[in-house]
Design a protein. Structure first.
Length: 366
């Protein structure tokens, strides 16, 4: 503990050092360093004394000096396409929560689905000497990493088939199967599908999964009509509007590639004077929290968003510690049933649920 009468100046001309923290906590400098690094080798009592001393002194580790000693910046760059989408916010949170106990800071950048902006962010990360990078790449080519002297982890469908870079992605193919089987099991044979950005690997994998379902036993005879969006609210509404323009030939259900577009399609349906699921069932994909609070609640395919970020950071930190084995992690999706999907044909022979049934509130949070 701090010797009686001893104080540490915190004025503008005196920056607290690790020596001050060690003296006040009554431990060695190496013990303080181990606590800061998140080592489990320090006893609980000593750890608490060090943490109290850090708070009391206002000590902040000099990362530049630490980098000179270790050759590391202890900063991980994370580049995602849309920070406003709760899906990516959850992924970033998972990465941050995993990285911090290991002494790493996560620097998050947003590409806005713009390859040129993505390139600028990558160049900035190189200049600032981040130790590693986690990225959902817009430019889905491993060429962007040539000459990039840090460990890397790809997120999402862009990683599929690239064996030279660590990756974490969702099992989209199985998620598509679960969604379409659920709609068919509820009697829907005319299904509209709203996909994401054409030209991306995710689009091709999603479309491939739809084609595989067409050939499956459950999918034979189903009419699957595809429209495209760009994962935004406006594109979800526009795609839904195009389906509604089909009149009596419109699908009885929609399967949408992300929840943002699915929720906006639900709003478009309402504004057209129709209801979900009475006039059209809707199922989304991602499992963002907002889907629990729509009316009706959005049935969706849940992707493990937080776990994706956490796993990516864990793989990257392992690589930074010297693990050279490439890791390619595939996470399972799951169906979350709420109220936005209803049977087209009921056991009693009725064609649709009543308006009263369709208006009943539903709940469920992933």
């Amino acid at each position: 503990m701090k010797p009686e009468g001893e104080e540490v100046s915190k004025g503008p001309d005196r920056t607290p050092t690790i020596v001050d923290v060690a003296r006040i906590a009554g431990v060695s400098k190496s013990t303080v360093a181990r606590v800061i690094a998140g080592s489990a080798s320090v006893s609980g009592e000593s750890r608490e004394r060090v943490l109290r001393a850090i708070e009391e002194t206002g000590y902040e580790q000099n990362r530049f000096a630490r980098g000179l000693r270790t050759g590391k910046s202890f900063v991980i760059g994370m580049l995602i396409p849309d920070i406003s989408n709760p899906y990516w916010a959850d992924v970033a949170r998972g990465a941050q929560d995993e990285a911090e106990p290991h002494g790493y800071t996560v620097l998050i950048s947003n590409s806005d689905w713009d390859p040129a902006r993505e390139r600028r962010h990558i160049q900035a990360m190189r200049r600032n000497q981040v130790d590693g990078i986690i990225i959902n790449a817009i430019n889905e080519s491993s060429a962007i990493f040539r000459g990039f002297p840090v460990a890397s982890v790809f997120l999402g469908s862009g990683s599929h088939g690239i064996r030279s870079i660590n990756s974490v992605r969702n099992n989209v193919e199985d998620g598509v199967r679960q969604a379409l089987e659920y709609l068919v099991d509820n009697g829907h044979r005319s299904i509209g599908i709203i996909l994401g950005r054409p030209g991306r690997k995710g689009f091709k994998r999603f479309q491939g999964a739809v084609d595989a379902f067409r050939e499956s036993e459950k999918g034979r005879g189903a009419r699957l009509t595809i429209e495209t969006g760009d994962y935004s609210e406006a594109s979800g509404r526009a795609a839904c509007r195009r389906f509604l323009m089909m009149g009596e030939d419109r699908p009885t259900a929609l399967f949408v590639a992300n929840d943002i577009m699915a929720l906006s399609a639900m709003q478009e349906l309402r504004e057209a004077g129709l209801s979900c699921p009475h006039d059209m069932s809707i199922i989304g994909m991602d499992g963002i929290p907002a889907g629990a609070f729509s009316h009706p609640g959005l049935t969706t395919i849940v992707k493990p968003r937080y776990e994706m970020g956490r796993r990516a950071a864990s793989i990257l930190i392992s690589a930074l510690a010297g693990n050279t084995e490439k890791v390619h992690c595939v996470l399972d999706c799951r169906l979350l049933v709420r109220g936005s999907v209803a049977p087209l044909v009921r056991a009693d022979g009725s064609s649709r649920p009543s308006s009263l049934e369709a208006s009943l509130p539903t709940s469920g949070v992933p």
